[in-house]
Write a protein that binds this ligand. Sequence first.
Ligand code: CA
Length: 131
Amino acid sequence: MPHLLIVEDEPTTSWALAEGLSDDGYTIDTFRTAEDAQRWLRRGTSDLVITDLRLPGISGLEFATKLARGRHAQPVILVSAYSVDDQTEALDAAGVVAVFSKPFQIDALRRSVRGALDAPATRRAPARRAA
Ligand code: CA
């Protein structure tokens, strides 16, 4: 069963993500900060990360960049209330496969998660698209 990490400091959005994805049978852990998720990853492994961009500590993009450079490299889906259109290179380098603007459609996000988990690792990066 794929294991998803959700990193989001807004409780309602975190709940909406976890609730919306729970029907797809994933194992889900939620964190309020990227630092909390990093701590968890010292002992655990996950298959995909969904992270908010603006977090209380390091940003979702910084977190994704660290993941991409380490042994926990995995597809990342970014949710953001802010445009990241000018950060294409950083997003690709960080393994960000999709960016969703808030408010997002949970069904579109579910499809994106499914697609990212199904895609061979080498084809993940070019699949990034705005939604
Ligand atoms: Ca936030």
